[in-house]
Design a protein around this ligand. Sequence first.
Ligand SMILES: Cc1cc2nc3c(=O)[nH]c(=O)nc-3n(C[C@H](O)[C@H](O)[C@H](O)COP(=O)(O)OP(=O)(O)OC[C@H]3O[C@@H](n4cnc5c(N)ncnc54)[C@H](O)[C@@H]3O)c2cc1C
Length: 425
Amino acid sequence: MHHRASVDSQDVIVVGGGVGGLTLALELHRLGIACRVFEAVPKVSQVGVGITVLPHATRILAELGVLDALVARGLSARESVFYNRFGQFVFREPTGEYAGLKWPQLSIHRADLYDVLLEAARERLGDDRVVFGARFLRADQDSGAAYAHFEQVAPSPGGGTSTSSFTQRGSVVIGCDGIHSTLRRQLHSNEGPPIYQGLNMWRGVTRWSPFLTGASMLRVGWYSSGKLTIYPCRDDVDGQGTQLMNWIAAVETSRHVDRDWGRQGRLEDFIATFEDWTFDFLDVPGVLRAADSILEYPMVDQEPISRWTFGRLTLLGDAAHPMVPRGSNGAGQAIVDCRSLASALSQSLDFVEALKVYEADRLPVTTKIVYKNRVDPPDAILREVCTRTNDQRFDRLEDVISDAELQGLSEGYKHLTGYSRRALA
Ligand SMILES: Cc1cc2nc3c(=O)[nH]c(=O)nc-3n(C[C@H](O)[C@H](O)[C@H](O)COP(=O)(O)OP(=O)(O)OC[C@H]3O[C@@H](n4cnc5c(N)ncnc54)[C@H](O)[C@@H]3O)c2cc1C
């Protein structure tokens, strides 16, 4: 290992080039603030499955000029629709543009979302400002600057790799380093382990024929006897109309693995739960069996912390507010953080003050979302139906739950997280 001298700079240092880090770089660039992004992985890989980006965040992506490219790779979802485990219809509502909003609800493979953001960041900032293979170790600061310390792994000419370390000087350090954030660990060294919420998930993608509208986000069942979320995230993958379906199968169980976005899962661990879910509009066990890949992930989050900002250091996205992925809001809230932080930095000459403004704007609301996702995510609709019917078939839906109640459950979540018509106005 050898040490490189510090590069003198007043750039914003962005730690982590995931969805949050890259969007932040684009936002800062839009506002004329120089930054550099440092990403730990040496090269881009195609890990992950599908992801949903809700209208409060696609609005920001539209203003960044990347939304058309994203919709071309993914789909604009038409509706959100709910069934019980017997295939009985419960609720449907239009989404995004189909609900009259100006912005779509985007369904996309995470690799496509990442590709588009990375390409835009490289083109606008310059290749040298998005550095791969730079693993952040820790940060410190004095009254005039922040310093981020990295380990750089690079291929060496004779094969193998060589490791060097370097320090980047900048105005502030923003930890966008995701669920395993090193900066969060530095700032909150006494934090406990992630909190398991009693639900385990298997996620996958399957090439399959379109179902319902061909752009429906479908949720079926409830965790105690199995819950499935499924939607197309790539359209027409073979020139014959086949779509790439993203699905998440979740069950209530004490058995779970450590969180890792890339962990392989096994069909035999969960297929039994969904074996008789053959509906006239979708053969669920068929879809699960035909998966291209299966990943396993526990439903975990972390107790919200009371501070993100410490002088010239702060956190953003999953590093700041890891939440259970039940409201399709992880990427969206990271993107909304980027807008808030970039605008605070652009409106103040004092970046230390700006980081406080950002925290005051975003910490309280994301704390509420973390709690809301635990108890009342959008699929609370299905919990109500499951509880009131004792998880059995019903004769008439209106005897179980009224339309007004269904609407109320859906609107409450949308409003808090920022994508109701009222919140977007
Ligand atoms: C490989 C991967 C696959 C994912 N798959 C899905 C999915 O299928 N569905 C879904 O809903 N969400 C998925 N996510 C999570 C989703 O992207 C985030 O919840 C959301 O977009 C918030 O973005 P973020 O930027 O805060 O975190 P992320 O998008 O997770 O980005 C964090 C980035 O920081 C980098 N990093 C971590 N530690 C360091 C360090 N010490 N130094 C430098 N860089 C570091 C990581 O490599 C990563 O690129 C995935 C994340 C990753 C990293």
